[in-house]
Design a protein around this ligand. Structure first.
Ligand code: 6PG
Length: 472
């Protein structure tokens, strides 16, 4: 029975939601999961959509259910499981059957898999939006040969989120380009989440606000410039009560952040590309530090608790809101510059404005500001966002608040690593005469690495350095 237009392997949370979404958009789909009982349970729960879904118990039956040339989405945990699945699948497929890895793959793995696939069609696509996104409209970042994307692009666009009617799904470049952009998306996600957590810390530990008050504030901010999914859900998270204690659920959650690795990959790849993403670096480091609970407790015992009370007049809600606005601009500027650096390095020709556009809906970092970023990048994709007049104005208006927030946090022992990295990045960028002349002097002193002179432009200069023994 070859009635299905597409197939999907892996009925975990994301795979199941994506299958329902595909079926709902009118594309008959065959599904397969290693544990057959999961497939049956999924199909039984599909109610109205069950007729469009063909559950299969073996890989052979799965493949037989898909119309040729086949298109198969693989939605299994990133890493070895993807390689294993491809190895099981390939021998059963025709040479023109398309495999689409839709998990959170490391783009190096995607490059390797694309290489191994040779002429056999393979795509790596990043899918963002969590379970709800997968079910009702994710943001989809495609990578691989364009001609393969074109075979399934209409399905991926149909199931994607829409922003003013425009699909949040796009082909972005060859090989691992889609998974790379998804990785950067997650790096930005880490930094955005970390900044919100830092502001939460200032409100809770510095200003003594309870979770309900913080929820109200986030809710208010979500009606303004900061409108975004992450601010919206942060309000919901802060506003939720715990059934067991009756108090805020947030107050009983262990303060150690998990991570599956995509934020770390962003930081690692940024170093390879020499692309400065200090706010993402800081967010990854903050997660690492958060998991050292014992060490943090011991240090608090030794040195005393960090946060000391902040007087309301010292730090206003407006300043915190503006600090988040400035931080957001700076962190997205870093993320887009990283995409640009990778595009140059790997010859991908990444469409930066389109990336901003497909991040406007469906994905975790969707926000009103991404619309402005899409516009700014359309005007000039090669310009760091801080130079776009719209964002330059916003930064002029908000950078003092970011500075005030970071300074106040430092004086009161509240750790704000991502916001601090933001203001340091801004200050470093806007300092025409920096301090690396000292680094160059040191390098030449101990290693004769040479320096360039500012006055006459001559290069490969060495000292001569003063000798205390001779006085010159
Ligand atoms: C998305 C998310 C998703 C991510 C999880 C968990 O875009 O939908 O980025 O892909 O895997 O949110 O990520 P961490 O476990 O690393 O926080």
């Amino acid at each position: 029975m070859t009635t299905s237009e597409i197939g999907l392997i892996g009925l975990g949370t994301m795979g199941a939601a994506l299958s329902m979404n595909i079926a709902e958009k009118g594309f008959p789909i065959a599904v397969y999961n290693r544990t057959a009982s999961k497939t049956e349970a999924f199909h039984a729960a599909a109610s109205d959509l069950a007729a469009a879904i063909t559950p299969t118990a073996t890989l052979d039956a799965f493949i037989a259910a898909i119309a040729k040339p086949r298109a198969i989405i693989v939605m299994v945990p990133a890493g070895q499981a993807v390689d294993d699945q491809i190895a099981d699948l390939r021998p059963l497929l025709d040479d023109d059957d398309l495999i689409i890895d839709a998990g959170n793959a490391n783009f190096h793995d995607t490059n390797r898999r694309a290489q191994a696939a040779g002429e056999r069609p393979f795509l790596g696509i990043g899918v963002s939006g969590g379970e709800d996104g997968a079910r009702y409209g994710p943001s989809i970042m495609g990578g691989g040969p364009r001609r393969h994307w074109d075979r399934v692009g209409h399905i991926l666009e149909a199931i994607s989120a829409k922003h003013d009617g425009s699909p949040c799904a796009a082909w972005l470049g060859e090989a691992g380009a889609g998974h790379f952009v998804k990785t950067v998306h997650n790096g930005i996600e880490y930094a955005d989440m970390q900044m919100i957590a830092e502001v939460y810390g200032l409100l809770r530990d510095g200003l003594g606000h309870d979770a309900a008050a913080i929820a109200d504030l986030f809710d208010r901010w979500n009606g303004g410039r900061l409108q975004s999914y992450l601010i919206e859900i942060s309000a919901r998270v802060a506003g939720t009560l715990d059934a067991a204690t009756g108090g805020p659920l947030l107050d009983v959650i262990v303060d150690a952040a998990g991570q599956k690795g995509t934020g770390r990959w962003t930081a690692i790849e940024a170093q390879h590309l020499a692309a400065p993403v200090p706010m993402i670096d800081a967010a990854v480091t903050a997660r690492n530090l958060s998991s050292r609970r014992q060490q943090r407790r011991a240090a608090e015992d030794l040195f005393g608790a960090g946060p000391t009370p902040i007087a309301p007049a010292q730090l206003t809600a407006e300043q915190l809101e503006k600090a988040l606005i400035a931080g957001k601009i700076l962190c997205y500027a870093q993320g887009f510059e990283m995409n640009a650096a990778a595009s140059r390095e790997y010859g991908w020709n990444l469409p930066l404005p389109r990336i901003a556009e497909i991040w406007r809906a469906g994905c975790i970092i969707r926000s009103a500001m991404l619309d402005d970023m899409a516009r700014a990048l359309s005007e000039d994709p090669d310009r760091n966002l801080i130079f776009a007049p719209f964002f330059a104005d916003l930064l002029r208006d908000s950078q003092a608040a970011l500075r005030q927030v970071v300074a106040t946090a430092a004086l009161h022992g509240v750790a704000v690593p991502a916001l601090s990295a933001g203001i340091a990045y801004f200050d470093a960028l806007r300092t025409a005469r920096g301090t690396a002349n000292m680094i160059q002097g040191q390098r030449d002193f101990f290693g004769r690495h040479g320096f360039e002179r500012l006055d006459d432009g001559t290069t490969d200069q060495h000292g001569p350095w003063a000798d205390p023994a001779t006085g010159n």
